[in-house]
Design a protein around this ligand. Structure first.
Ligand code: DON
Length: 601
């Protein structure tokens, strides 16, 4: 993990609006409060630096996508304009998760105080049925994970179109153009080369995907020029015809043909009737801050609210970060929130959800009341708390595909977007002659009550498959306001079921432990998801004495391999400077319009 600090200091920007004064950073130094981890933790306190900038900032997992979004801000576009351009650029330069064949969620907080959340989650095709992934013996097949049947009706283009219709300021075609340019020929960078290399074997199985992404039969090396001509054409239709360039005409015909060829269900009619939906964001307070996050069909905001509302009853600031006491309380809160998430949450257009109660302070107090300070409550005793439903279980946590970007513009408009194809490269089916990959999001439904999906999530009846329904998600794009009502954080991450716990931790690291965004991102992460009843931590993330103390409280504690999440977070510092951090766990970049210091992780 190599961090490259692009050496741009205030003096280089005299006259460009740069206002960085080294001495003035003392009170707002994003590295000022540290954390404790074992020797060997990959990103010790102070080891990463934030980008510092004025005039707007973009943070994504991919340097080229970040540059694309920043360029839109430089041209006077607002945060939503930059989001549209960034989203489409990611679909070209980061095809493992960036997409037009998938979906996602956007949370917006405008400088005038207006908030909005946009659901562009995929939907089950009209011909989908509850038991479509069961064989004749009633066993779950793998058709929800790979191949044509795994794809839900994509939502990304409708989402970007809808966001632009409501909030955009630059012409639509200008925001799509960078993706066209990149698709016509881009220089392969390490992020893309590494991803294609590690996934080449699976991509080879789909001739259309292999022809584009493995030119000449092998993953392109860094520095090669990669051309995605069909994708450029698809983007050209989107630039010219807006949403209809994807959901109608040639693109829709190509999707329908692809489905016919591979036995999938999505029809031109499914595409034509797809709508992105504005929903009321989940809004709750945490220690005087206001948190704005995604409502169902994402479970992110409601689960985040339950976790933080429970924790609000404890004086975490009086505890040391990642002391056994802190981790114990955190784990107990998370267990309770996740069992509710799995039991109750689903597409609100298809089921009555107890969301209001789940995010209320009263309910948090009730949940808190059986947390013991001196011993864990085993997960099989932590039942869904709202109405009697059978307990559900989870096995292994999800791996960590998907991508998130965070943006603030010069006026203070803030946008957080998490988007995915679900697994890396989705269902690994490229729509022939259209050049984009489809998702395998159908696997986020409950294929069979009581059976885990590919990532071990065992979800409830409310999330079973119905035509036109959206599958439950964990994506948690989130904006945090400080006690004065000004934007403090814009954040989100990939990571399947770990998304919610990662977001909860970065917020708590800043609010409860006073960390700046760099240390709040670098700090090791924890995860629990009710079942299995195991607290997982990143390698060398917890000191051995803390692990021993947690075990003495009855927790099963397990060191995981790899990293948890890929947070892309912006923190607004006092004054006019913003700090952005692309998580060093997977790399990325945060660039500002008027940079003081730019960092590529
Ligand atoms: O919507 C969701 O929660 C998942 N489809 C997100 C998938 C994800 O983060 C991929 N990695 N596991």
């Amino acid at each position: 993990m190599r961090a490259l600090v692009v050496g741009l200091f205030a003096s280089a920007f005299a006259g460009c609006g740069g206002s960085f004064q080294p001495g003035a950073r003392a009170a707002a130094d994003p590295n000022e409060v540290g954390f404790v981890a074992s020797d060997g933790w990959a990103f010790p306190a102070g080891s990463i630096q934030p980008t510092l900038a004025t005039g707007g900032i973009v943070t994504t997992t991919d340097r080229v996508a970040t540059e694309t979004g920043t360029e839109i801000l430089r041209r006077g576009g607002n945060a939503v304009d930059a989001a549209v351009a960034t989203h489409f650029a990611l679909a070209v330069v980061n095809p493992e998760a960036g997409n037009i064949g998938g979906g996602g969620f956007m949370v917006v907080r405008r400088a005038n105080g207006e908030t909005a959340s946009l659901d562009f989650r995929e939907k089950a095709p009209g011909a989908a049925t509850r038991d479509m992934y069961l064989d004749e013996r009633g066993e779950v097949t793998d058709a929800s994970r790979s191949g044509h049947l795994a794809a839900g009706v994509p939502g990304s283009v409708a989402g970007m179109w809808e966001a632009h219709q409501r909030f955009g300021s630059l012409p639509w075609a200008e925001l799509v153009q960078p993706a066209i340019n990149l698709a016509l020929g881009m220089v392969v960078h390490d992020r893309l080369a590494g991803s294609l290399r590690s996934y080449a074997e699976r991509l080879e199985r789909n001739p259309a995907a292999a022809a584009v992404l493995l030119p000449g039969g092998t993953p392109p090396p860094v520095g090669d020029r990669l051309v995605q001509a069909d994708l450029a054409e698809t983007f050209r239709r989107i630039a010219e015809n807006g949403k209809d360039g994807f959901y109608g005409g040639q693109t829709a015909l190509l999707v329908e043909e692809e489905m016919r060829r591979g036995g999938g269900l999505i029809t031109a009619n499914d595409l034509a009737s797809y709508e992105a939906v504005w929903r009321d964001p989940i809004v709750f307070s945490y220690r005087g801050h206001t948190i704005i996050s995604m409502p169902p069909p994402s479970s992110g905001g409601a689960t985040l609210a339950e976790i933080l509302n429970i924790l609000e009853g404890y004086d975490l600031a009086s505890l040391s970060h990642h002391s056994a006491d802190h981790v114990h309380l955190w784990t107990e809160a998370v267990k309770r929130a996740y069992v509710d998430r799995n039991a109750y949450l689903a597409d609100p257009d298809f089921a009555e959800l107890p969301t209001e109660r789940m995010i209320s302070d009263d309910y948090a107090a009730e949940r808190r009341s059986d947390i013991h300070p001196d011993r864990t409550t085993p997960s099989d005793s932590v039942l869904p708390g709202l109405t009697p439903v059978p307990a559900v279980a989870m096995a292994t946590p999800e791996p960590e595909h998907t991508t998130h970007y965070s943006i603030i513009d010069a006026d203070g408009n803030a946008v957080a977007v998490t988007t995915t194809l679900n697994s890396l490269y989705g269902n690994v089916v490229m729509v022939e002659d259209a050049g984009f990959l489809l998702n395998n999001e159908m696997d986020d439904f409950t294929a069979k009550v009581g059976e885990p999906n590919q990532f071990g999530l065992v979800q409830g009846e409310a999330n079973t498959i119905e035509p036109g329904k959206r599958m439950l998600s964990a994506m948690t794009p989130t904006i945090v306001l400080d006690p004065n009502g000004s934007v403090l954080l814009v954040t989100g991450t990939p990571g399947g079921s770990t998304i919610i716990t990662s977001v909860a931790q970065v917020i708590s690291n800043v609010i409860d432990f006073g960390m700046g965004v760099a240390n709040a991102t670098a700090a090791p992460r924890l995860h629990h998801q009710h079942l299995p009843d195991v607290l997982r931590y990143e390698e060398n993330g917890l000191p051995v004495d803390v692990v021993a103390a947690l075990e003495a409280l009855g927790h099963e504690v397990d060191q995981r391999s790899g990293f948890q999440g890929d947070l892309q977070t912006i923190q607004v510092l006092p004054g006019t400077t913003t700090a952005g951090v692309a998580d060093p766990r997977r790399g990325g970049a945060s660039f500002g319009v008027t940079p003081v210091r730019q960092v590529v992780q």
